[in-house]
Write a protein that binds this ligand. Sequence first.
Ligand code: URA
Length: 217
Amino acid sequence: MPMKTVLSIPGHEHPHPREVSLDEIRLTLGDCRLCPLWETRTNIVFGVGNPYARVVLVGEAPGANEDAQGIPFVGRAGALLDRVLEDCAGLHRSDVYIANVLKCRPPNNRDPKPDEVEVCSPYLREQIRSIWPDIIMTLGNPATHFILRTDLGITRLRGMVHKTGHFAVLPTFHPAAVLRDTHKLAELETDFRLLGQLVRGEVPLPAEQSVLNTQEE
Ligand code: URA
């Protein structure tokens, strides 16, 4: 099936920050059939949280629990995410906004395909433009690669605050990866503590744009 990148919100062809509401973006997404994932999904998982959040968390794609409920991060990885948000950053799920690069579950939780990212990611981009947070925390490689436009691995990028355009970007491990390898838990907690410090202004947001080498050495 040919796939094309389409996101056109009538009257908002070149939306400014916070000009288009999340509800309008959700309406535009409708019963999306831009890629074949619609055939196997139960629910579109649009996103959840505070439309005025200073922090947007970006995951990869819905899993089985998220597909069943239509809400991001409601399985075991979500429980860990809620725990580190609260214990390490001092934030509640309702303080932030949570969305994924893909809005539909890839079968068997396989990695997103580049053409799926291409057609789906305009919705995430518009969600971010609508909320216009100060900080984007990316969870795992696909989210980090999409937001920072780099191929560098998460292990190289995490633990640092990057800046792209208006946004401070804080990459960290995906909570599901931490559940698979608990050695990563301490680093996940460190990254969420840094998130809390950024939100409280104890660590300044970066002023300089990040320059990232897009080639792995
Ligand atoms: N993993 C993700 O990347 N997103 C979810 O919503 C759930 C699990």
